[in-house]
Each structure stands twice: as structure tokens, then as C-alpha cells.
Design a protein around this ligand. Sequence first.
Ligand code: SF4
Ligand code: SF4
Length: 385
Amino acid sequence: MKKDNTQIIRKISLVFFLLSSTIIFILHNISSYFPSVDFICPFGGIETLYRFLASKSFLSKTTVSNIILFILTLFSGIFLGRIFCGWVCSFGALQGFFRWIGSKIVKRKIILLPKFDRFLRLLKYILLPIILYFTYKTSTLIIRPYDPWAAYAHITSGFSELFTEFAVGFTILLITIFLSIFIDRPFCKYLCPLGAFLGIIRVFNTNTIIRDKETCITCKKCDQICPMNIEIMEKEKVSSSECINCFECISKCPTKKETLKLKTFRIKINPLFSGILIVTLFLLTYILGSLVPIQGLSLPITKQQISIDNPTNSERLNFVVPAGFDIKGSMSISEIALELKISPSEVIKILGLPEDAPIDIPLRDFIEQYGTTVQDLKNKIKTEK
Ligand code: SF4
Ligand code: SF4
């Protein structure tokens, strides 16, 4: 068997992205300084793109980080296909993890009947325009309550938030996890709108797997290992929009004659190089974004200045807070006061709430009775450059 580290490194990458995003989500649920799931999702960039181009503003719960991650995913998608899905996506990694557990329990993975499988794969291409249309119409992240990854990110925020905001998303998450035990990447195949988008923009088709018929021994190992159930052995080149560029087929092919090889712009390249390139680009973006800081990616290791309208005169009040400071519905007035290092009564004044507003219960539990929303309060804060 030829020596090939591609799959080891790909799995390390996926485990790293899954673990690091899980840790960030837990930290975000403890302190709003850490990025939220909404800010570090490239699909949020697609959803907020129209608003950004039209008015240089963002949909609620999205920011500049979504646009940056979207641009990165867009270019990787155009030139390298769905390589984001195969090497970086944490939700893909979660499904892979449960499939790995499944492989210890059931020997053979389940492959749906081809007709049924093809029909189900269409769902994500139907869902994508529906989501974008309703996002545009309502100017909200319409998919959020149904998003299993957003639900995953809020598991540690408590049952009340999980079940009031993400009941459907959490149900889809549980179904996805269950199906992943028997089926490779069910959500990626059938429902993921980002996967559909990346499949569509793969127009230049530059990352292509070529099969050499002369040296192929028709052992079918490539077909058996492919998580997207692409019939590689039947083809001379794999140009399917379903291919997630995991390169399992290349790694598994037993011939020593490069029967399967990867070509980009018709030049043969090492699959590992392609994977490392995309992982490095995303890693650098996350690291730079947390250090610069870029809103939505920054970690609370740097400071930033924010200003809030002074209700008593036209001057603004300035505060120095850790980068990433944000008002969350789960925060009480006392907690905001602690972050800003002022008294709760001053916070009440600044936020324009009545003097008798409760100071120790989460904002989302009482704020609407005063005719305002958490988003209205967030809008009072400006991040100073
Ligand atoms: S065709 Fe090869 S690279 Fe593409 S998804 Fe299947 S195994 Fe992975
Ligand atoms: S694994 Fe390699 S040799 Fe076997 S069928 Fe696929 S391309 Fe041919």
C-alpha cells in the first residue's frame, strides 16, 4: 500500500475545526465576548450580502466576518469545488464522527436506492433559493430556527433558549446525528444550502479527479469509500457537484500507478497540497480576525473602544471593553453594568429603560414589555475604530 498522509491530515483538520468551534460556542454561551455561531458561518455572508451591497449594513446577527468568510468560501468554491465541505466544515466533521462510531457498530453503511437518493439530493437546491428569497423578503436570518448547527451551538445555553429558539433545528440535529450512524454525511447530501451553493458555483470545475482506465483494476474500492456515493469507477473524470474533495478515493485506490489523480487547471497537483491550502487560508483568516480585531471573529484578548449615546446630552459615552463585546438577550442589566464598569442604574438610563426595570433577569424575558428589543439596544452601541 502506498504511503499517504492525506486522510490523517484531513481528519486532524476536521477534528480541529469541530473542537475549536465547539469550545468557542461554549465560551460564547458563558461570555458574549466570544464569537457567536452566526458570526463565524460563511452562509450568513450569502444571506446578508444583498443588504451589505445595497446599504453597507448587515442583517441582524451577521457582521463583517460573515462577508469575509463568504468571500473566502466563494473563491475556494469557484476554483476548488466543495473542498470547504471536505476539509473545514465542522458540521461535516460532526456527521463524520458519528459515521465513524456507526462503522464500529454496523459493518456496512446504508446507501439509498439511486432514484430516491437523487430526489433527496435535489432538496438542497430547492431549499437554497427559498431561503434566500425569504431572507430578502423578511430581512432576517429566516433559516436560523431551523439550522441544526445553530442549535448545536446553543446546547450549552440551557434548555429554555434551546427549545424556545431552536426546537426545529435541534430536532433536525438529532435526526442528522442518528442518520449519520448509518449513512455518510446525510445533511451535506440532502439539505445543506451552503453545499448546494458551492455545488452550483463550481462552474470552472478546476479541481477534477481523473481516472486512468489503463491502470484501473476495477476493484471498486473508490466507489465503496466515497462518502458522497459517486460512482467513480464508471467515469473517466469526476466532475460531480456532489464531490466534497475529500480525496478518500485517491487515498484508497490500491494501484501504485496513480490511477486516480487530481488535476487543477489541467496540472496534476498533490491532493494534500490542495487540502492544506484551504485549511491554511481559513485558519489564517480566523487567527488574523481574532487578533486585528475583525468584528465577529475577534477573541477577547484585544481591547476595543465602544461608544453609546448619552441620553442626557448629545455627547457619546466611551468605554474600553474586550473586543467582541455585545449585548445578548441572555444578559441581565447587572451583567452589562459589570462589563461596562458602571452601576446598573446608569445602564438603565443609557439603554432608555424605565427606572424600575428588573436588573437581575435576562433582557429577553422582559424587554418587549417596554416596547423595545435586544436588537434596538445593540443598535445603540457603536464600535470606534
Ligand atoms: S469522488 Fe473522491 S474526492 Fe469526491 S467525494 Fe468521492 S471520495 Fe471524496
Ligand atoms: S480504486 Fe482505483 S483501481 Fe480500484 S476501481 Fe477505483 S480507480 Fe480503479
